[in-house]
Design a protein around this ligand. Sequence first.
Ligand code: KG4
Ligand code: ZN
Length: 370
Amino acid sequence: MLILGIETSCDETSAAIVEKQDKQLILKSNVVASSLAIHKKTGGIIPENAAREQIKYILPVIKQSLREAFDTPDTFDTLDTLKNIDAIAVTYGPGLIGSLLVGVETAKTLSFVLDKPIIPVNHMVGHIYANWFMANGKWQMAKEETIRHTPYAIRFPAIALVVSGGHTDLLLMQDHGDLKLLGGTRDDAAGEAFDKIGRLLGLSYPAGPEIEKRAKLGDVKKFNFPRPLIGSDDYDFSFSGLKTAVLREVIKISGNKPLTPKPYNLNPNTINDICAAVQQAIIAVLIKKTLKAAKEYNVKSILLSGGVAANQTLKEQFELFAIRYLPYAKVFSPEKTLCTDNAAMIAAAAAYNFKPTPWKKLTANPELYF
Ligand code: KG4
Ligand code: ZN
C-alpha cells in the first residue's frame, strides 16, 4: 500500500510517500520545506507568517515528493502520478490553525478529486511512528536505496516519550492504536525550555541545536540548575522553573538589570557552561521519568521522538542508562531528520492505524491531544 503523507502543523511543509509491505515500511520520499529563516528574524513563530508560507510551499512540496518517489523525469504529470497512491494521511492537529488548515484542505481536495481514502493523524502520534523507520545501516536518500527496514521489531508494551517544541508527553503503548497518556508537562515543554533559555542567552531560534553544540564546549559542573519534579511520584514534567533559575543566574553574572537591556552581557565560555548545565538538567529529568515508567510497566521498548530527540547527548545517555538499569528494554530513536516535523512519520502512523474518514467530516483541530 502506498500512502501520501502531508504535514503542515507548524512551520514545516512536508510531503512523503511511504509504502507498507507486510510489516515493513519503505520510505520512498520525504520532502520538507521550512519557513524557519523567516521565524529566526522575528525570534519565534508568528502564526500568520507560518500559514502564508505553508500555502506557498504545499503544492511544490507534494509534487517534489511524487517526483522523488516515482522517478519520472520529463514526462512527469502530477495528477497521473497521484493515481498510484492508495491513501492520503494528513496531520489534523495539534498545531497552528492557519498552518493545519493548509494541509487538511489540500488533503480533502485530493481525496475528493482522486477518490482516495483519507486518514487523519494526530501530529504527536506521528512523532512516535518515526521510530518505525529503523535500519542497521546508514540512512540513504539515493533513488534506488530509499529502503529502510525495521531490523529489530519494536515490541509492545512500549513507553513513548514525545519531546517537541510544544509537548513533553509520556505514554504507555500496549499496541498500535492503544495509547495511554501517563503524564505531560504542566507548563513549558522541553523544546520550549531550550528555545526560551536560548533567547535569554542571545541564541537564535530554535535554540535546541545550538545549545547542544555549545554544551559540548562547556563545563557541565559550573552551574547547578534545578531538575523540576525529578523525584515526584507522577509522570508530569515542568520546565518553567528551570527557565526562571537561568534568568536569575544570568542577571546575577551579567550585572544587567532585570528585563533591560538585552542581550545580557555574558562571555562565550559562560554561555557554553550554562548550555551544558541546562541541557543536562533537562535530559536528567526526561531519563529519570521515562525509565521509571518503563520499569513500572515492564516494557520491552522505549521510543524517543520529537525535535528534542534529535539531541545526540540525550540519545546516548538514554541508551547508557537503559542498558544499565533496564537491560531487557531496547531504546529506539528516529534518524535525526525524522525527529523534527516531517510527513514520513504521518504516513507511517496512518499505515499502522488505517482508519479512513470521509473527507467531508474532516476538520483541523489545533487543540487535539491524546
Ligand atoms: O518536533 P519539532 O520539530 O516541532 C514541534 O512539533 O514542536 O520540535 C522542535 C523543537 C524546538 O523546540 C527545538 O529547539 C528542539 O525541537 N530541538 C532540539 C534539537 N533540535 C531541535 N532540542 C535540543 N537539541 C537538539 N539538537
Ligand atoms: Zn512536531
